[in-house]
Design a protein around this ligand. Structure first.
Ligand SMILES: Cc1cc2nc3c(=O)[nH]c(=O)nc-3n(C[C@H](O)[C@H](O)[C@H](O)COP(=O)(O)O)c2cc1C
Length: 173
């Protein structure tokens, strides 16, 4: 598939089947993350792979946008390694770097026949605490990944996208 076809075809999946994601596919998605360009190629991304029952219970409790995915990538920036501006006090490229990383991962997931959805609706501090993440590692976004359920369709105006209960199914016919 050409890049433009893939980019046009991909959509955010918010309704997943129970099927587990194969380790080879997880590895390919992580490879895509590693190949992403980052400022000065510092590669500050730190990616937690959440798929144990305990980890999934925790993230489902903390975020209502997991949508029944069987696994989640938690993409973080190691602030000790990000590029820091000499002229703009306090500015680092961590969030920008991780956004490129997450984009690579999302597109590679689609290439592997997997759906995903970029998620920022969560409390960074609560997630860091729950997963014992040190203060210099900053959670940037979540990427729930899995096989789309059979009735999953792209979001259209009028459908529920973000709701109060994580048990609600999204993107469903
Ligand atoms: C930075 C960012 C944050 C997002 N946060 C959420 C989120 O918290 N929950 C959610 O369901 N979708 C989230 N999305 C997905 C967007 O709603 C979605 O990508 C957008 O509506 C375009 O739809 P598409 O991905 O189907 O093309 C986010 C996307 C981006 C890029």
């Amino acid at each position: 598939m050409s890049f433009l076809d893939l980019a046009a075809e991909r959509f955010s999946v918010r309704s997943f089947s129970d099927r587990e994601v194969e380790q080879e596919k997880i590895d390919l998605i992580l490879k895509a993350a590693q190949l992403a360009p980052t400022a000065v190629n510092y590669q500050p991304q730190r990616i937690y792979v959440l798929k144990s029952e305990a980890a999934m219970n925790k993230i489902n409790r903390l975020c209502r946008c997991i949508y029944g995915a069987p696994m989640v990538f938690l993409i973080c920036s190691d602030e000790r390694r990000t590029w820091k501006s000499q002229t703009e006090r306090g500015y680092s490229t961590g969030e920008m770097d991780c956004s490129i990383v997450c984009t690579h991962m999302m597109l590679e997931a689609w290439e592997q026949g997997l759906g995903s959805v970029w998620v920022r609706l969560f409390d960074v501090n609560a997630v860091a605490k729950a997963f014992d993440i040190p203060e210099y590692i900053k959670p940037i976004c979540l990427l729930p990944v899995g096989y789309a359920s059979n009735d999953c369709v792209p979001y259209a105006p009028g459908m529920t996208c973000i709701g109060p209960s994580r048990t609600l199914r999204r993107n469903c016919k």
